[in-house]
Design a protein around this ligand. Structure first.
Ligand code: GLY
Length: 315
């Protein structure tokens, strides 16, 4: 049972470092954006918003921000188009909603939330997901809304060199290093009633194959929430997280081994590294509201509020 009635909130904006490719001014801008969104999430929780409402809000705001590889800032696939994946999970009921390979939906996480609430299925893909979105009057966006100048340049570099990019920030895709940034966004929360929720959303990999789906919409791989254990959102090279079912692995470390938040994320990341030499990271809030994170990359963009305390951001 939860020990307290405080709230906690964590966000991530991708694993890896910005140091190689960004000026201090741009790094500060990332930090400021994470802090602003954390504060909006805090207000939601303080006003009695549920963990599910809070992660929906925070993930939507991250999707609207072109700094991050999700929603408006999504990277482009091999056809020079945006195809997005997202999922959301409610730790109280284990209900989940997920979408994969969707286009022209302004906020994929809102569509995932509608599926969680209104659909008899957990995941819808492609045109089927878009058809479902039409029933709920979710906001659509034309293709050029997503085609930001930076993303088009980045895709052109990848396409010309016939490479699938692991990074969505490198100016020159040929210079991608292990520790460059792997994009995805995530939000996890524990509300004052002890309910947990998790949301993950992404444009995937630069120049990825048409129809490729990553870990973000796969329940248990890129996202998981269970009030008995924790809420988790992952970021990184999706195939590594799918092969290790990493979000559920972290949850199982709490369920079956009784680990605390910090130990569970440490051991999950150790497993990711040992089994597949995985690239990326995770954020985790346990059922008591303790915040933890882990990553195999040099850094991970993330921020947190633990037990209603101060706002922190680390890049
Ligand atoms: N983790 C995001 C992706 O691989 O698509």
């Amino acid at each position: 049972m939860p020990k307290n009635n405080t709230y906690s909130l964590m966000l991530h904006g991708g694993a890896g470092t910005l140091d190689n490719v960004k000026t201090q001014e741009i790094i500060d801008h990332y930090s400021e954006q994470i802090r602003v969104i954390l504060e909006k999430g805090r207000s939601c929780l303080l006003e009695g918003g549920s963990a599910l409402d809070t992660v929906t809000l925070c993930a939507s705001l991250l999707e609207d921000n072109e700094l991050f590889n999700a929603g408006k800032g999504s990277v482009l696939n091999e056809d020079g188009e945006v195809e997005m994946d997202a999922a959301i999970m409610d730790g109280k009921t284990l209900k989940a909603g997920a979408v994969a390979s969707i286009k022209n939906i302004k906020n994929p996480i809102k569509l995932a939330r509608s599926i969680l609430e209104e659909c008899e299925h957990v995941m819808l893909i492609g045109q089927g997901a878009n058809r479902f979105a039409n029933h709920f009057n979710l906001e659509m966006a034309p293709s050029d809304y997503f085609l930001t100048e930076d993303r088009v340049k980045q895709w052109q570099a990848a396409y010309q060199s016939n490479r699938i990019g692991l990074d969505h920030d490198s100016q020159d895709l040929m210079e991608i290093k292990y520790d460059d940034k792997y994009g995805t966004i995530g939000a996890i929360a524990r509300d004052i009633n002890g309910n947990l929720a998790a949301a993950t959303s992404t444009g995937g990999l630069v120049n990825k194959r048409y129809g490729r789906v990553g870990d973000s919409p796969i329940i248990g791989s890129g996202v998981y929430a269970d009030n008995e254990t924790c809420a988790v959102s992952c970021t990184g090279y999706g195939e590594d997280f799918m092969r290790t079912v990493l979000a559920k692995t972290a949850s199982d470390l709490i369920l079956f081994k009784g680990l605390d938040a910090e130990m569970a994320s440490e051991q999950a990341i150790a497993y990711l590294r040992r089994k597949v030499n995985g690239r990326g990271g995770l954020i985790l809030i346990d059922y008591n509201g303790n915040c933890a994170k882990g990553f195999t990359t040099n850094k991970m963009i993330h921020g947190w509020i633990q037990h209603g305390g101060n706002t922190y951001c680390k890049l």
